[in-house]
Ligand binder design. Structure first.
Ligand SMILES: NC(=O)c1ccc[n+]([C@@H]2O[C@H](COP(=O)([O-])OP(=O)(O)OC[C@H]3O[C@@H](n4cnc5c(N)ncnc54)[C@H](O)[C@@H]3O)[C@@H](O)[C@H]2O)c1
Length: 292
């Protein structure tokens, strides 16, 4: 498994859907990982979920007769913690906490006194400004958007977001880090929602409006995209996979940044989130996952 690239001690902040995926991907390619969350409960759930990812990935590799083989041993490289001091010896940070600007700003202010001044900090955010978060740290040029997609280990590319401060050397280092995990970055400039979410949130929100207005059911809306337009998934399946709370938080960030009503979250989305109907992660969203 690729040994000719730099191995980091990667500190991953947030052990939810994306933190688990990024932690697994980093461990798989030989990085040492410290996975931090504020919730012991989340960390307890993260471990078996990462093991499940590993089993699934091993099965896929056997089917594809991939030379990478099993990676279960590498899962021993993941340390689970709620102690921020454990990030002190990390050489690369990837922040994946909840999509709230205030939460991410607090985290950046907190880590500024813990991590080294030259440690590159990747932000896995759907919409929050990379430049604004970077301004919380000394050497803001080392903060870069690394917008991974879910499921992380199945996606070859990452939307890499260049903040106002970014130097070419940081883009190059982040590119090398991704290449070591057989991934590549597609670089865009810092703007609310970047490219993927600016376009996708509007598409998902419009599909939710169609349900709200009684134009069609979730199942039929998704079928139109799969069966008429050859998409792998419809907008509502995608929303359930991402998490409806994350969609709402991201929409609020884009809406407030652009002050444009085309990004106003549909009231149905808000009510579903109020009710704890969050998609796959809660067992119910536009579809029912309780039997899986
Ligand atoms: N879900 C997706 O498909 C997807 C895709 C790309 C990017 N993202 C982005 O990744 C980030 C995480 O999304 P997710 O889907 O994993 O969310 P999630 O809700 O599954 O996980 C977020 C985690 O952050 C933790 N957290 C909250 N505050 C924290 C703090 N102060 N310090 C440390 N941990 C804290 C929570 O306990 C939770 O475990 C968000 O910014 C989101 O926009 C999500």
């Amino acid at each position: 498994m690729g040994n000719n690239y730099q191995h980091y001690h990667v500190g991953i902040i947030g052990a939810g859907i994306m933190g688990q995926g990024v932690a697994f991907q980093c461990a798989k390619f030989g990085h040492q990982v410290t996975l931090l969350d504020i919730s012991e409960e989340v960390l307890a759930q993260a471990r078996p979920k990462i093991e499940q990812l590993s089993r699934f990935d091993t099965m896929m590799q056997r089917q594809q007769k991939s030379p990478e083989g099993t990676c279960s041993r590498l899962l021993d490289n993941i340390r689970y913690t709620t102690d921020w001091a454990d990030l002190g010896d990390c050489t690369f940070i990837i922040e994946n906490a909840t999509e709230l600007e205030t939460t991410k700003l607090d985290i950046f202010k907190r880590i500024s006194s813990i991590i080294g001044n030259d440690v590159i900090v990747g932000v896995n955010t759907s919409c929050v400004s990379i430049t604004k978060l970077a301004a919380c740290l000394e050497n803001p040029e080392r903060v870069i958007g690394l917008h991974f997609s879910n499921p992380v280990h199945m996606m070859p590319a990452v939307e890499m977001v260049r903040g106002l401060f970014n130097s070419d050397s940081v883009i190059a280092a982040a590119t090398g880090f991704l290449a070591g995990m057989k991934m590549h970055g597609i670089v865009v400039n810092d703007s609310p929602g970047f490219i993927s979410n600016r376009v996708m949130l509007a598409y998902i929100n419009e599909a939710i409006y169609c349900i709200h207005e009684g134009v069609a059911t979730a199942g039929d809306i998704d079928r139109i995209f799969r069966e008429c337009l050859s998409h792998t998934m419809g907008p509502l399946q995608t929303a359930d996979l991402i998490g409806l709370d994350t969609i709402l938080q991201a929409m609020n960030v884009v809406y407030s940044n652009f002050s444009d009503s085309k990004y106003r979250p549909c009231i149905l989305l808000k009510r579903m989130v109020d009710a704890g109907i969050l998609g796959r992660k809660s067992g119910k969203g536009f579809y029912d996952y309780s039997i899986n």
